[in-house]
Write a protein that binds this ligand. Structure first.
Ligand code: BV8
Length: 232
């Protein structure tokens, strides 16, 4: 592995599954009989803001009772010890990578623990429910929304992600079904740009054929094993 210097890691819901945070595929991607794609959209927020606030209030509270698992801790160890470039691009909106000690983390789909004011545009750290329309800590307007990228919205920091993919010698995808774009396309970009590509997942994903190597198993086992190999 000596020729590897720059690593990009993409994580999805599967890396948090063993921490007790439901993936989007659990229950067939349903919440209260709503398809997630129908609740996690700007249109749903206009049509039924209370429904969307309830969806996010429930998940924001849930993640605060969960703990990182060995996969998060192994990635935090890699972040601390890897001498080259490393970027953990996560699709997850929980804070378990950070709570495990990782620093080089990029939340391309936003974060549960932030609220975005649609009046003053400021994003604030936020742990409470939004259903009762609390005032923005900065401008007092009652116009806070979850700071989460919904379907149809532009993911965050795409330029920074593509810059990292251009420099990557190794692209590793962990715990994602490869169902949602543009994240699902990163493996093709990385491969075409010359990176080696590795998938660590519980089962084969929609993108498996694009990886040079796929290792199947629970993240809490396969991720620490992979990190140990890389750091030995
Ligand atoms: C955009 C935040 C323009 C919200 C999320 C038609 C075709 C192709 C694309 C589209 C299309 N129509 C529309 C689109 C675009 C759309 C899209 O891809 N739709 C899909 C449904 C077809 N994408 C968008 O709208 C994006 N924006 O395109 O803007 C643009 C284009 C290019 C460049 C710039 C801009 C915005 C998408 C973001 C939506 N927000 N999250 C919230 O959390 O509420 S997406 C959300 O779902 C997650 O963040 C994640 O990205 C996705 C779920 O994926 P996974 O994380 O993979 O989770 P999943 O449950 O699917 O899979 C879990 C995996 O883990 C499984 O493989 C399982 O086997 C594995 N696993 C389970 N347990 C374990 C495990 N692995 C290891 N260990 C275990 N224990």
């Amino acid at each position: 592995m000596s020729e590897i210097r720059n690593i990009v890691i993409l994580t999805g819901a599967g890396v948090s599954a063993e921490s007790g945070i439901d993936t989007f595929r659990d229950g067939g991607g349903l919440w209260e009989q709503h398809r997630v794609e129908d609740v996690a959209t700007p249109e749903a927020f206009v049509r039924d803001p209370d429904l969307v606030h309830r969806f996010y209030d429930m998940r924001r509270a849930a993640i605060q009772e969960k703990e990182p698992n060995p996969a998060h801790f192994a990635l935090a160890r890699l972040d601390a010890e890897w001498p080259g470039e490393l970027l953990i691009v996560t699709q997850n909106v929980d804070d378990l990578h950070e709570r495990a000690g990782a620093h080089r983390v990029l939340h391309m789909h936003g974060e549960h623990l932030k609220a975005w004011c649609t009046s003053c545009d400021v994003r604030s750290v936020w742990r409470e429910p939004l259903l009762a329309r609390p005032p923005c800590p900065v401008c007092q307007a009652r116009s806070l929304r979850p700071d989460v990228v919904w379907f149809g919205e532009m993911p965050y920091q795409m330029e920074r992600i593509y810059a990292a993919l251009r420099q990557a010698d190794l692209f590793v995808s962990i715990g994602t079904s490869g169902a949602v774009y543009p994240a699902a396309g990163f493996v093709r970009d990385a491969r075409e740009l010359g990176a080696r590509t590795l998938e660590l997942n519980l089962e084969r994903s929609q993108g498996s054929s694009w990886f040079h190597e796929t290792r199947l198993g629970p993240a809490s086992e396969v991720v620490p094993q992979w990190v140990d190999e890389l750091l030995q």
